[in-house]
Design a protein around this ligand. Structure first.
Ligand code: GLN
Length: 227
């Protein structure tokens, strides 16, 4: 399973979320603490952020820990809304930047932490890659993010072995599902973090129970059970 992180709040440096924390995505690329499937996340990384209302992405099929160019530039990238991920490719999936989250439809950024049988997904045009996560992203975009919880439940009914932790943002909403893997929330004074696992040992991290949808907006955090 990959590991991902989302931020909604005030403008912060991307490096402060992804690279600097003691157990952030940079460290999770080689030593995740809560990963249940796979040992490390060496098959690429992606950082997406909103520049005003425009989603921008930087993705690579190489390990995050070795990317000195990103390390140099990330402190200068500031955003109020970020979706970032490090990837452990599922066996058989292509290893390429286009298979690496976050995926986009031009309005949302989306990451998938898990696995799904592509034969169980409806056919949609516009998947960025043949990778299961890219195909799933295209299905979620086609259904609309307001239906995210229903879409996850339907895909899980079609593929009961699927793990469907999805994280998505559009600049003013941050959505995430816990369906088969870990998810945690940190409510900070300047914003909210949703992450596959805590990036530090702050006592404020809360674990999201499995089969739940989380929504973060300027009004706060809402948890909804999924069936
Ligand atoms: N199945 C996806 C991929 O191959 C995600 C894998 C994961 O969560 N580790 O990229």
């Amino acid at each position: 399973m990959c590991r991902h992180l989302g931020w909604l709040g005030t403008d912060v440096a991307v490096s402060s979320l992804v690279l600097d924390p003691p157990y952030g995505l940079r460290v999770q690329s080689y030593a995740p603490r809560r990963q249940k499937h796979g040992l490390l996340n060496a098959d690429g990384w992606g950082v997406g952020f909103f520049d005003g209302s425009v989603p921008r992405r930087w993705r690579s099929p190489a390990p995050l820990w070795g990317d000195v160019s990103f390390g140099s530039v990330a402190p200068a990238l500031r955003s109020h809304c970020v979706v970032a991920a490090v990837r452990s490719a599922t066996v058989g999936m292509p290893i390429e930047a286009s298979a690496t989250a976050p995926f986009t439809d031009g309005r949302w950024l989306l990451s998938h932490n898990g696995v799904v049988d592509r034969a169980a997904l409806p056919t949609t045009p516009n998947a960025e890659s043949a990778c299961d996560s890219a195909r799933l992203a295209a299905v979620v975009f086609a259904r609309g993010l307001d239906a995210l919880g229903d879409t996850v439940a339907e895909v899980a009914a079609a593929d009961p072995n699927a793990r469907l932790n999805i994280l998505a943002a559009n600049g003013s909403r941050l959505l995430a599902t816990a369906w088969g893997d870990t998810l945690s929330i940190l409510r900070r004074g300047d914003g909210t973090v949703l992450a596959s696992e805590p990036y530090d040992d702050d006592a404020g991290w809360e674990d999201v129970p499995d089969h739940h949808l989380v929504e973060v907006t300027a009004d706060g955090v809402t948890l909804t059970p999924l069936h």
